[in-house]
Design a protein around this ligand. Structure first.
Ligand SMILES: Nc1ncnc2c1ncn2[C@@H]1O[C@H](COP(=O)(O)OP(=O)(O)OP(=O)(O)O)[C@@H](O)[C@H]1O
Ligand SMILES: [Mg+2]
Length: 351
């Protein structure tokens, strides 16, 4: 695996406030990494430093084996082979959509081949060709974002940095555009670092997800690893809904409301079990001699799914279960809960 981008101990402060705190990141050539994290955690600052618009206080940035920022100085942004689509897009206001995109090709629109390539790039970002003659001020925010993306794609950079490129698009358009853009990037072998606020987007588009908080990565891994096997409560809660159940670990077994389950390498003592609501499935108790685990006290209908709130019989805290609407137990029914997969257990002292 060739590493296209590597940061080591990247640190940056603004006005004595640490914004990036010793960040290490490796991105394999041709892969997509998504950075997610709360507003203000340092995502844009990271992209700006990699692009060369800001310099780190310490640490290094290496692109394809070449040091571009570090204690020995830095390489100018236009010499890094990096495409950057800023959070606000930033198009040339006096140029048309087609001229903006052609600018990325370092060409005018006189040649037919250039016009065809511009049209192809507009299609990639799901923009209608009829917009080609408009100026940025005549476009919606989401359309401007996609023109900026097309312009950056036109350059075929070795590394593409995208700062919330789909944030102004509605859900349906967002899903189609991100699929088309991801395909184009991977077909062209472009290594991509994408910042997004949308957890589902990060998990669906990326080969690697980096979860950021306060200038540090809390976890970097495959989408499956960070979602299914989070190493901290922050990562778990940031990426999706969680059910936390108290449990007691003894000899690698966690004892909780749900019975005895494997605890992995967690030391003996009180601990917390993390479950995803869709990992739990409630089924109506049919046997009169079975008291059931609890009673459904609320059912929130979401269309494909229902969120059930189940009150355990012994008075423990309610448990949320997400399951398909069809055949779902109703309110007031007694249910048992079945677990899919294995839970993640956190030691109570840590995480
Ligand atoms: N040029 C600057 N001068 C001073 N403070 C700055 C500067 N740029 C960023 N900051 C501060 O650094 C922190 C991180 O900013 P950054 O833009 O990297 O966050 P972000 O994770 O991209 O947030 P968002 O999700 O809202 O875009 C913020 O507290 C911000 O106010
Ligand atoms: Mg930002």
């Amino acid at each position: 695996m060739n590493i296209q981008l590597q940061t080591r101990s990247l640190t940056k402060s603004f006005n004595a406030i640490t914004v990036l705190d010793h960040l290490d990141l490796d991105i394999a050539e041709g892969s997509i990494t998504a950075v997610v994290g709360p507003s203000g955690c340092g995502k844009t600052t990271l992209l700006r430093i990699i692009a060369g618009f800001d310099t780190p206080d310490s640490g290094t940035v290496t692109l394809a084996g070449r040091r571009v920022a570090g204690p020995d100085g830095s390489v100018a942004p236009h010499r890094r082979g990096v495409g950057y689509v800023a959070q606000d897009g930033a198009l040339f206001p006096h140029l048309t959509v087609a001229q903006n995109v052609a600018y990325g090709l370092n060409a005018g629109l006189r040649h037919r081949a250039v016009r065809e390539r511009v049209a192809e790039l507009l299609r990639t970002v799901s923009l209608d060709e009829s917009l080609a003659g408009r100026r940025p001020s005549e476009l919606s925010g989401g359309q401007q974002q996609r023109v900026a993306l097309a312009r950056a794609l036109a350059r075929r950079p070795a590394l593409m940095l995208l700062d919330e490129p789909f944030s102004s698009l509605d859900t349906g358009l967002r899903a189609t555009t991100r699929k088309a853009v991801a395909r184009t990037l991977s077909e062209a072998g472009v290594t991509t670092l994408l910042v997004t606020h949308d957890q589902e987007e990060a998990l669906s588009i990326a080969d690697q997800v980096a979860v950021m908080s306060g200038g540090r990565f809390t976890q970097v891994g495959t989408p499956q690893a960070v979602y299914l096997r989070p190493t901290s409560r922050f990562t778990a809660e940031f990426l999706g809904d969680c059910v936390f159940l108290p449990c007691t670990v003894r000899d690698g077994v966690a004892d909780s409301l749900l019975g005895r389950l494997p605890a992995g390498p967690v030391p003996d003592g009180p601990a917390t079990m993390l479950l995803r609501p869709e990992q739990l499935q409630a089924s109506v108790v049919t046997d009169v001699s079975d008291a059931g685990l609890g009673t459904v006290v609320d059912a929130e209908f979401l269309g494909p799914d229902v969120l059930l709130t189940i009150e355990p019989a012994g008075g423990a805290a309610p448990i949320t279960v997400r399951q398909h609407s069809f055949g779902c137990p109703g309110v007031h029914t007694k249910v048992n809960i079945e677990l899919l997969g294995t839970p993640v257990i956190f030691e109570d002292s840590g995480a």
